[in-house]
Design a protein around this ligand. Structure first.
Ligand code: UDP
Length: 237
C-alpha cells in the first residue's frame, strides 16, 4: 500500500538537518522532516535546579512551542503558559534528552533545550527530540572547547520517530494527514543500543494486537537507526 505522499509503509520522510542555524547559543539546528520544520537549540547555564543544589549534579530541561503561523489558522502564541499539549511535549523532550547526559560529569549546570516549530505537518515531537539531540551534541562540543565543561557528559545518542496503523497497514513516520486518520498512533524514543526510552501508544480508532505492536516497534527501530546516521552526519560534518 502506498501512502498519501507515495511512500512505502517502511519509508521515512526526507530528513535534512542544518547545523549552526543560529550563532547566539551553544548548539542550534533546523530540522526539516518532510514538511515539518523545527528549530532546536541547546544552551548552557551556570547553576542547577534547587533540588540538586550541593549534589554536584546538573540538569537538562526543555521547552516546546508551535509558532502561531506554523499550522493552518493561527495558533495562539503561548506567551504566559504553554497549553496542555505543549506541556506534555516539553516534558517528553526533557525526559528523552536527559537520558543522553551524565549529570555528575556535567556538574552543577543546566542545559536548556528549546524546540520551536515553524511548520507543523505531524511528528513535531519526534522531530524536536531528534533535532535537539544534534543541538545538544554540538553544544557540548563547543562548551568543551570553550573550557566551560571539563568532562564530556554525553553518554547516549537519542532519536525519536512516530509509527502508526492506517487502514490495517502498520507504517513508519506519519505525516499530519495520516496521523489524523490513524487507527493507532505511537511515538517511540530510543537510544543507540536500540533500547526504548519512551513508548507513547494509543489505539485511537481501535485496539491493536501484540503482533501489530511488534510490527510497529520493528518499523520504528529501523527508522531510528536511519535517523541516527543522519544525526551523526550532521554532528561530524
Ligand atoms: N496540530 C495542529 N495544531 C495544534 C496541534 C496539532 O495543527 O494545535 C497538527 C500538527 O500538524 C501536528 C499534528 O497535528 O504535527 C499532530 O499533532 P500531535 O499532537 O499528534 O503531535 P506531533 O505529531 O506533532 O508530535
Amino acid at each position: 500500500m502506498l501512502r498519501t505522499d507515495g511512500r512505502t509503509p517502511d519509508a521515512l520522510r526526507k530528513v535534512d538537518i542544518t547545523v549552526d542555524f543560529t550563532e547566539t547559543t551553544g548548539g542550534s539546528v533546523l530540522i526539516n522532516w518532510g514538511k515539518t520544520r523545527v528549530i532546536c537549540t541547546a544552551l548552557l547555564e551556570e547553576g542547577t535546579m534547587p533540588f540538586l543544589k550541593d549534589t554536584g549534579k546538573g540538569w537538562l530541561t526543555a521547552e516546546y512551542a508551535m509558532l502561531p503561523s506554523s499550522t493552518g489558522g493561527r495558533k495562539k502564541r503561548e506567551t504566559l503558559k504553554p497549553d496542555g499539549r505543549s506541556t506534555e511535549i516539553k516534558r517528553l523532550i526533557g525526559r528523552a534528552l536527559r537520558q543522553a547526559v551524565d549529570f555528575e560529569a556535567l556538574g552543577e549546570k543546566t542545559i536548556w533545550i528549546d524546540c520551536d516549530v515553524i511548520q507543523a505537518d505531524g511528528g513535531t515531537r519526534t522531530a524536536s527530540i531528534t533535532g535537539a539531540y544534534v543541538a545538544l551534541a554540538l553544544g557540548i562540543k563547543k562548551w568543551m572547547k570553550q573550557g566551560l565543561l571539563q568532562k564530556n557528559p554525553l553518554i547516549h545518542q537519542i532519536a525519536a520517530v512516530s509509527v502508526g496503523i492506517n487502514g490495517d497497514t502498520p507504517m513508519l513516520d506519519l505525516c499530519y494527514r495520516e496521523d489524523s486518520s490513524a487507527e493507532v498512533d505511537m511515538n517511540l524514543v530510543m537510544d543507540e543500543s536500540g533500547a526504548f526510552i519512551e513508548i507513547q501508544g494509543t489505539g485511537e480508532g481501535r485496539a491493536f494486537t501484540a503482533d501489530e505492536l511488534a510490527q510497529l516497534l520493528s518499523l520504528g527501530k529501523k527508522g531510528i537507526a536511519a535517523l541516527m546516521e543522519k544525526q551523526n552526519e550532521a554532528i561530524n560534518g
